[in-house]
Design a protein around this ligand. Structure first.
Ligand code: AMP
Length: 364
């Protein structure tokens, strides 16, 4: 990428997607003197509130996409399900970072898991299921219990069906509408962790301290930092995320969700999922660290140097999901808590409405 494309303060970054991640990216960019222009399909997009320019249009509206590309210096995205045609259409007009080739590898769980396995990084055993015979073969090879997951468009546990030992695989597949899926062996994990890593245009890497994640109804509820893991496990997790970022030639912030598994032979780390974007388990960095994941992403795509993250304290991030957002006033009074509300109009069940970061034991 030519040095001429390094952004100067005053430049405009286009963000595809208008959710809370886009909103927090735009706020971080503003602090660095950069403008953001948001393109999103949903009229109730929290990111629209914090920028001067936004477009609300479908992702296949070429006229609006072209106008968006013309109005910005560079484009990034805040969700991984950007349609390939949209990304390619924009990439023909403006630099898109991270490279849209990454999207093709992370939108489909089979391609993603195969990519990870090809890097000799451990995952749960998996097999493609697109027919009854493949389903039978996958169950034979992997055994039960197992988790059936749609290859595309699954998130927060949507598009997943658990098959218990002795359960009925066909029923699970039918529950997913017989969509193309992968069967994954059930991992009896000790804990779930994630690494958020940033990679700059010149290949510099900076990762944040490993977060330990607790899910409720398949949705992230709490992230704690530091994770209750040994330095050796933390180093393994860090190394895995760095290898994935390098293999993608990634520019920006990437999250890798992993399982820590304890068995007779020791502790190992398996990759569950890659998110080619800023991630909910990195929200703690807004208040608990000298640089946030959002600023780090903006620095990376802008062609600026990354910051070296220094954590201030032990941190807990609690998601406010659905009507839990109504507790905001109580949280406002809690010592050491920082409240973030996303400005979404409707508190539907399962919807991420805001989060709270709590800081404990200030570091010396
Ligand atoms: P995912 O959508 O793949 O991130 O899965 C959502 C959550 O389901 C994970 O964070 C885990 O808590 C659980 N999960 C997913 N895959 C597995 C697996 N193979 N074994 C055990 N639990 C899983």
């Amino acid at each position: 990428m030519s040095p001429a494309t390094v952004l100067q303060p005053g430049a405009t970054i286009g963000i595809l997607g208008g959710g809370q991640l886009g909103r927090m990216l735009a706020l971080a960019a503003a602090r660095l003197g950069l403008h953001c222009h948001v393109y999103a399909a949903d009229a109730d997009s929290p990111a629209f509130d914090v920028v001067q320019k936004w477009i609300c249009a479908p992702y296949d509206d070429r006229e609006r996409l072209a106008a968006f590309a013309d109005a910005v210096d560079l484009i990034t995205y805040e969700f991984e399900n950007v349609p390939a045609e949209t990304a390619n259409f924009l990439a023909a007009r403006r630099i898109v970072l991270p490279d849209p080739a990454v999207l093709a590898r992370t939108q489909d769980r089979l391609i993603e898991k195969t990519f990870i396995a090809d890097l000799a990084i451990a995952t749960a055993p998996f097999a493609a299921v697109g027919s009854l015979s493949e389903l039978a073969a996958a169950v034979d090879a992997i055994g039960l219990p197992a988790v059936l997951k749609t290859r595309r468009l699954g998130y927060d546990g949507k598009g997943q069906a658990m098959i218990a030992a002795g359960g009925d695989p066909l029923r699970a597949w039918e529950a997913l509408g017989r969509a193309p899926t992968i069967l994954e062996g059930f991992v009896p994990f000790e804990r779930e962790i994630s690494v958020i890593v940033a990679r700059s245009r010149d290949g510099q890497l900076q990762s944040f301290d490993v977060a330990e994640n607790e899910h409720r109804d398949h949705i992230l509820k709490v992230s704690r930092v530091p994770a209750a893991i040994t330095p050796d496990v933390a180093a393994q997790a860090d190394d895995i995320a760095a290898r994935i970022a390098k293999a993608f030639g990634f520019v920006g912030v990437l999250a890798v969700e992993m399982f820590v598994v304890h068995d007779g032979s020791g502790t190992s780390v398996l990759v569950n999922e890659i998110a080619p974007r800023v991630h909910n388990s990195g929200h703690w960095t807004l208040d608990g660290c000298t640089v946030s994941q959002f600023e780090q992403h903006i620095r990376a795509v802008a062609g600026w140097p990354l910051a070296v993250p220094v954590r201030w304290a032990d941190v807990e991030m609690i998601n406010l999901i659905g009507d839990e957002v109504n507790d905001y006033a109580r949280w406002l009074g809690v010592t050491g808590a920082a409240v973030h509300l996303y400005g979404k109009s409707e508190a539907r069940p399962g919807r991420k409405m805001g989060h709270v970061t709590r800081m404990f034991h200030r570091r010396r």
